[in-house]
Ligand binder design. Structure first.
Ligand SMILES: NC(=O)c1ccc[n+]([C@@H]2O[C@H](COP(=O)([O-])OP(=O)(O)OC[C@H]3O[C@@H](n4cnc5c(N)ncnc54)[C@H](OP(=O)(O)O)[C@@H]3O)[C@@H](O)[C@H]2O)c1
Length: 272
């Protein structure tokens, strides 16, 4: 089987497999360590976590210790909007992960004008991330947002090397921003590429009864990976079997045609 396809993460200089892992819910599984280990053994080399994801940084720290070192890129996040709070969070992340350097640190869910103003002030969280970057504690600075206007400001303001956006056949309207980010050499990390856990649970039920049609996790992943402006998609997974299936999809998919994309988008409108 061919290996995972790699793509540059914007202008960071990092090149990562286009399929990553979102470790938000992974700790909530008895197979959590195996899930992360399977991902790494199959070639996934970018894992997203956050201070806010309960147990997630601890889990990655445990995996790093078991492997005798960090052999993948870690992206974490702070919910703090202040210069001191963001630096405190980075120190906590470093301790919990058991590393001296974190590849990418992001401002988490900056989705209102007020939170944007707060993090961008002279004493805001971005200034804390810049200080930590200067001290060599973090490599690159990113942001996640669920608001398209704020995401556009983040892409065009020149301060962020990556942006985390929701994008899927359920949420195709982000495509314009992905093109814009590519133009500005801002790396695009796609959150919720399968539409989130509620929808995937429904899909699994339909697959079990032979009633899925084109709306499958594999086709949804193909949909996201077929967009060349996406740097890395990070489907969440609690179980190793999901990772194995997603790696199989990402190593064997063919580019979707415009008609194929529309067919999946159309099917997605029927599932909320
Ligand atoms: N910055 C933010 O504000 C923010 C917000 C949301 C998410 N995120 C990031 O984005 C990542 C992904 O988001 P998400 O987990 O909400 O949504 P998602 O990746 O669209 O969906 C995750 C769900 O898909 C299931 N799944 C994965 N692969 C599957 C497969 N091959 N077949 C069947 N089901 C499959 C998982 O099942 P199991 O869990 O049962 O294995 C889980 O329930 C998160 O982990 C996090 O890193 C960031």
């Amino acid at each position: 089987m061919a290996g995972l396809n790699h793509r540059p993460l914007g202008r960071t200089g990092l090149v990562v497999a286009a399929l990553g892992l979102g470790a938000m819910d992974t700790p909530h599984s008895p197979e959590a360590v195996q899930t992360v280990t399977t991902a790494l053994d199959l070639g996934i080399d970018f894992i997203d976590t956050a201070r806010e994801y309960e147990g997630s940084e601890h889990l990655l720290g445990e995996v790093i210790r078991r492997r005798g070192g960090k052999d993948f890129a870690v992206a974490s996040k702070t919910f703090s909007h202040s210069i001191s709070g963001s630096q405190y969070d980075i120190d906590r992340s470093l301790k919990v992960l058991g590393v001296e350097h974190i590849d990418l640190y992001q401002l988490h869910d900056i989705s209102t004008p007020q939170s944007w103003d707060e993090v961008m002030r002279d004493d805001g969280a971005l200034a804390g991330l810049k200080t930590a970057q200067y001290r060599g504690l973090i490599g690159h600075i990113g942001i996640s947002s669920h608001d398209l206007e704020i995401a556009e400001m983040a892409i065009t303001c020149g301060e962020f090397e990556t942006v985390m956006l929701e994008y899927s056949a359920f949420f195709p309207q982000t495509a314009r921003l992905i093109t814009l980010a590519a133009h500005h050499e801002v790396g695009v990390i796609v959150m919720r590429p399968l539409g989130g856990s509620g929808r995937t649970s429904t899909m699994r039920g339909r697959i079990a009864t032979g009633d899925a049609g084109v709306l499958t996790p594999a086709n949804l992943l193909r949909y996201v990976l077929s967009n060349p402006g996406v740097s890395v998609a990070i489907p969440g997974a609690r179980y190793p079997s999901r990772v194995v299936e997603n790696v199989a999809t990402a190593t064997s998919y063919t580019q979707l045609s415009a008609a194929g994309r529309r067919e999946i988008e159309h099917a997605a409108t029927g599932l909320y």
